[in-house]
Design a protein around this ligand. Structure first.
Ligand code: C2E
Ligand code: MG
Ligand code: MG
Ligand code: MG
Length: 289
């Protein structure tokens, strides 16, 4: 019987499987269960105008507030979801939930823009992402230019032709597109001007080196400006980094120094206030309710 042969197959291959592969299968199973039982949630991390402290936008980040995920990091679970294809329905849930939240904020008179991470797998799945995005915007009454989709440099470059076509469809709606984790390996800059992009998000790996001999941030900031792209510096953790970044002309930033990812309530409160006090920031991870 199918069940028996399935079990046989597992017993044949199991010894050869890496522990990490088994762990990813486990994570995918837990994620599938969490999605089916409505146990996923979102955190929102502010993207801040470094000149004024104004909240420029918030990025929605997937969270698993359940003991099932006590031993897993977000990155690990996302990787498992990518591998299993589960990222497609999970990403659909994220998009819908985040745009719904944005619609609520806008209706409450709260000024907000929203960034949502998308996987290349979502762009592959039958060209439906643009349609899904359009539906969510209509359903929750959100203007397209309040939404920005983030895709990692790594994923975009893997299937450049196809992803470019799909992202163009999304941009035609008026939705913005950001290249996430920029600077993590794919240093061929030749493709950059051809990509359908509105902004670059510079990875924390580059932010860490700010002020050192290997600091490439000023060059990347210039590149972004030359290409007419908005640039967001990720992973700002220390005040000395912030000072150097501002001196290099960085305009938008994100990181624990500015704000941790916030739950729905705290994010709503902060958006209502509309800004953080840049001058009061101290070198500890701020604790927020
Ligand atoms: P990302 O899109 O580059 O998001 C930034 C990550 O850096 C987040 O991790 C955030 O919590 C973390 N972070 C922000 N500021 C700092 C800082 O100052 N220092 C340090 N050390 N970390 C900082 P998180 O939430 O664990 O997410 C990890 C990655 O998982 C994200 O990286 C993104 O690629 C992916 N991800 C999260 N949510 C989603 C989602 O809904 N869909 C997809 N496809 N991917 C997601
Ligand atoms: Mg991101
Ligand atoms: Mg990033
Ligand atoms: Mg990342």
């Amino acid at each position: 019987r199918a069940k028996e042969s399935g079990r046989d197959r597992v017993s044949v291959f199991e010894p050869a499987m890496h522990a990490s592969a088994l762990r990813r299968l486990d994570a995918a199973a837990r994620l599938r269960h969490a999605l089916a039982h409505d146990r996923l949630s979102l955190a929102y991390q502010p993207i801040v105008d470094l000149r004024t402290g104004e909240i420029y936008a918030v990025e929605a980040l997937l969270r698993f507030d359940h003991e099932d995920f006590a031993d897993w990091t977000v990155t690990e679970v996302i990787e498992a979801a990518e591998e299993s294809g589960l990222i497609v329905p999970v990403g659909g849930w994220v998009l819908d939930s985040a745009v719904q939240m944005l619609g609520q904020w806008l209706r409450a008179g709260i000024r907000a823009r929203l960034n949502v991470n998308v996987s290349a797998r979502q762009l592959e799945s039958g060209g439906e992402l643009a349609l899904q995005v359009e539906n969510a915007l209509i359903c929750y009454g959100v203007p397209a230019d309040m939404l920005c989709l983030e895709i990692t440099e790594h994923q975009l470059v893997r299937d450049l032709d196809h992803t470019t076509v799909e992202l163009e469809k999304i941009r035609r709606l008026g939705v913005r597109v950001a290249l996430d984790d920029f600077g993590t390996g794919y240093s061929s800059l030749s493709y950059l001007p051809r990509l359908p992009l509105d902004s670059l998000k510079i990875d924390r790996a580059l932010t860490c080196r700010v002020g050192s001999a290997r600091d490439t941030l000023p060059a990347v900031l210039r590149l972004g400006r030359d290409l007419g792209l908005a640039v967001v510096v990720e992973g700002i953790e220390r005040h000395d980094q912030l000072v150097l970044l501002k001196a290099s002309g960085a305009v938008l930033g994100q990181g624990h120094l500015l704000s941790l990812p916030l739950g729905e309530r705290a994010a709503t409160d902060l958006l209502r206030i509309g800004s953080i006090r840049i001058e009061n920031l101290v070198d500890v991870v701020p604790s927020r309710p």
